[in-house]
Design a protein around this ligand. Structure first.
Ligand code: G3I
Length: 384
């Protein structure tokens, strides 16, 4: 509890030190939005600030819903647009949760990041079982994938700003079967349809919605692997696709950090800039900074240092994006610690987001607010 009081004190101090009210109040924020909200401050530098949204809370949880509407100008469905969610049975679509989010975004003047069309995870069991038992052959699998991409992108044509067309197909240093170009040879789609499937899904998505910005999305592709090898593989692979005229518009760095590993902010920014130098847009798509906590209910950091490293690394990621003209959005992977994927995946860790388990803004929230306020007014690009 002592540390939580210190954290609250730190948050309060940060709030007092805030320059925001004076600097921004004068300029007037987004229509009807608090001038010092993350979204209003982001708008003043053409940067959309976002969050992943859990459909289970949207609308039903008033406090949660208010934070999403008030603070964020771009939203991502945490799970509602994934294949297992939208086509639980073959040919039977369930768009209800995805439609809810898109409607909410339209009502709250928010953009939508579509997540995700091709991924090895959260695939419907009818598909993985069919491939495993051979009842779905290669040609049929390809047709099924094309139909899925076409049907989902067509349904939301003109309503999705950025699509994560392909997600996490590159190998990590611990993966046993990396291909020479860095793709993961054991990835469900690479294994069954070959590496050409990546270019194909971008073409199919573009045909279905020529206006949507089409992104490749992954983690540890901005130096977090320590060797920058994964960055180099993604950079070189998409440099080739861009040169071949494949409709790729951007690279999404997920931004899942852990304070125990430290964070090379210069490397992060330089890698984002290198993707931008390919003529691509860049986005930080799933930012969170986890640390060791006392338990998954309270999520109080066990280390004093980590309690300050969390907001620091979050801020460094945002500044890395702010300093790269092609970085057009910065998204946190969830609203508050009480609904984060982290404790259920990395036992003993948590405290990863901008709001704590009681949906109270944390030092990380104020750090980002300060970063945005200090840069407010510096139009970085025309937001397109
Ligand atoms: O919907 C079922 C529900 O019917 C069932 O009762 C419940 C009990 O197990 O599970 C629910 O499914 C869960 C689903 O989230 C929806 O809540 C899955 O078990 C759970 O594994 C799934 O976790 C999601 C995870 O992706 C799956 O890999 C997380 O919420 C989501 O935050 C996470 O997000 C991924 C990004 O898409 C890609 N990058 C990494 C990121 C973190 O893993």
């Amino acid at each position: 509890m002592k540390l939580r009081r210190q954290l609250a004190a730190a948050a309060a101090t940060a709030a007092v030190l805030m320059l925001v009210p004076s600097a921004v109040a004068a300029a007037g924020g987004e229509k009807g939005r608090a001038d010092d909200s993350l979204r209003a401050l982001g708008a003043r530098q053409d940067l959309r600030i976002g969050t992943a949204v859990d459909d289970a809370h949207l609308g039903s949880d008033a406090a949660y819903t208010k934070i999403v509407a008030d603070q964020f100008s771009v939203v991502t469905a945490e799970n509602a647009m994934k294949w297992e969610s939208v086509e639980p049975a073959r040919g039977t679509y369930d768009w209800a949760a995805a439609d809810r989010l898109v409607r909410f975004a339209q009502q709250n003047d928010q953009s939508v990041r579509g997540h995700t069309l091709l991924w090895h995870n959260q695939l419907p069991s009818w598909l993985t079982t069919g491939v495993a038992d051979g009842t779905i052959g290669t040609a049929e699998l390809r047709d099924i994938l094309r139909k899925h991409v076409t049907d989902e992108v067509t349904r939301y044509r003109g309503k999705i700003w950025q699509w994560d067309v392909a997600n996490e197909v590159f190998a990590n240093s611990w993966d046993p079967n990396p291909l020479p170009n860095g793709l993961n040879g054991d990835d469900f789609w690479i294994k069954n349809l070959g590496e050409g499937v990546i270019a194909d899904v971008f073409r199919w998505a573009h045909q279905a919605d020529p206006k949507a910005l089409l992104f490749y999305n992954d983690y540890n592709i901005a130096g977090q692997d320590g060797t920058n090898a994964k960055f180099q593989a993604v950079h070189d692979f998409f440099a080739k696709l861009v040169a071949q005229g494949v409709p790729v518009n951007g690279i999404g760095e997920q931004g899942h950090l852990d304070t125990q590993y430290g964070f090379d902010a210069q490397r992060f920014q330089a890698d984002l800039q290198s993707y931008g130098d390919l003529g691509l847009k860049v986005a930080v798509t799933e930012a969170d900074v986890r640390t060791f906590v006392n338990n998954s209910t309270e999520q109080v950091p066990t280390s004093q240092l980590a309690a300050f490293a969390q907001p620091f690394e979050f801020s460094e990621m945002l500044k890395g994006c702010q300093l790269v003209r092609q970085c057009i959005s910065f998204t946190a992977w969830g609203v508050y610690d009480g609904d984060s994927w982290i404790p259920g995946t990395f036992a003993g860790t948590g405290y990863g987001l901008l709001y704590d388990v009681d949906m109270k803004p944390k030092p990380a929230y104020y750090a980002l607010q300060q970063d945005l306020a200090l840069a407010a007014g510096n139009a970085r690009h025309n937001g397109k």
